[in-house]
Ligand binder design. Sequence first.
Ligand code: F0G
Length: 470
Amino acid sequence: MSPNTLLTIGQQFERRSWAEPWKIKMVEPLNMITREQRQKALDDAGFNTFLLRSDDVYIDLLTDSGTGAMSDRQWAGMMLGDEAYAGSRNFYHLEAAIQKYYGYKFIVPTHQGRGAEHLISQVAIKPGQYVPGNMYFTTTRLHQELAGGIFVDVIIDEAHDPQILHPFKGNIDLAKLETLIKREGAEKIAYVSVAGTVNMAGGQPVSMANIKDLRSMTNKYGIRLFLDATRMVENAFFIQEREEGYANRSIAEILIEFCNYTDGAWMSAKKDNLVNIGGWLAVNDETIYEELRNLVVVYEGLHTYGGLAGRDLEAIAIGIAESVQDEHIHSRIGQVRYLGELLTTWGIPIVHPVGGHAIFLDARAFYPHLEQLKFPAQTLAAELYLDSGIRSMERGIASAGRNAETGEHNQPKLELTRLTIPRRVYTQAHMDVVAESVRAVYEDRENTTGLKMVHEPKYLRFFQARFERL
Ligand code: F0G
């Protein structure tokens, strides 16, 4: 496909310029170090961007998790923290915000998303049960496995191809799901785990039609359906943009309708909810809620604070209301898309369509001469840092870990380097600098030789693994 055909799926829809619905009140100076200093920092970090010091980073696109800027309203809310051990008023504000915007009945706060994943996995999975999902997320799958579950990927095939312009690449393949249910029996399925948007597929959305069909199928077999709502507001944007009948519905309306088809959700509030720390779980079933409430006191804290300070709960409650504003989400995704359009115009291989939170560079296509065991995506992240001090993240063979039975590397089809855009933090000029650095690394691609892993931690190895140049 020519770059022009790929320019962006968004252009099949009305393309208007966007601008941030806020202005800047406070600035944080950035550090800029020399190339020699970056080379030293990279060596010290074992070529792993997770091991760099943030002071050595110029533009930090490692993650959109907890890296967003809070609003003046949220900061004001922080001053209203009720730091009571039990029954803090901020908990009730948060509960009301989740009930209003996500529509679930019972709420349990957690210190962040994986705290919620841990609790729901322990409560809803019996050892040996299957957990079908739309691709995997690292911590989600690990908690499901630690609870004895067996993860099965039932995402549509298109999600594994970085070039196919499917508008809802996060959709679950209902035929794959039904085959699994029929083969194993409904009682062997713990629940269906659906993420809106799918991080590892490139921030790709799930359609309303798909979640409706999923609800019918899970009802038919009496199986629960839980949502990873971490970036569900971004998912709602794509439904509004691409799905028939939703163009005139607000983000808030779409969000609550989508959640309505599910039995509950877990959340990393560090993303959509615009805070630096926090998470929550929400369910409609009172029995499950009882168990979650029981377990939260063991691992997180009392059920009205879940490992967070009262002020954090308040910031999440305010962040939720801000996150569903149409202008906010349009400019948020507009910025991601702006970077994607620049790179596409220059012929740089990225995942299409551009998703909600990040640009995913297709490291296989970037470095066709590097086999996957030479960690092309890890290599690309290292080269980008060296070129300009931009920090990105590997989402490929290092992130995929090893097969629990065979001990071999999992070799995912997607070998990607993620440029993740924090919310309300960087400007369009920063995006230009990022794009130009990617282009410089692309022009030098043939001189790149890849990496070997020299230290490998047991769990979530990508966080702390160390590499050396080949
Ligand atoms: N679910 C999804 C889809 C996520 O992207 C993340 C975190 C989590 C759950 C876990 O939440 O970090 O609050 O414990 N993703 C981050 C990222 C780390 O960089 O994509 P957490």
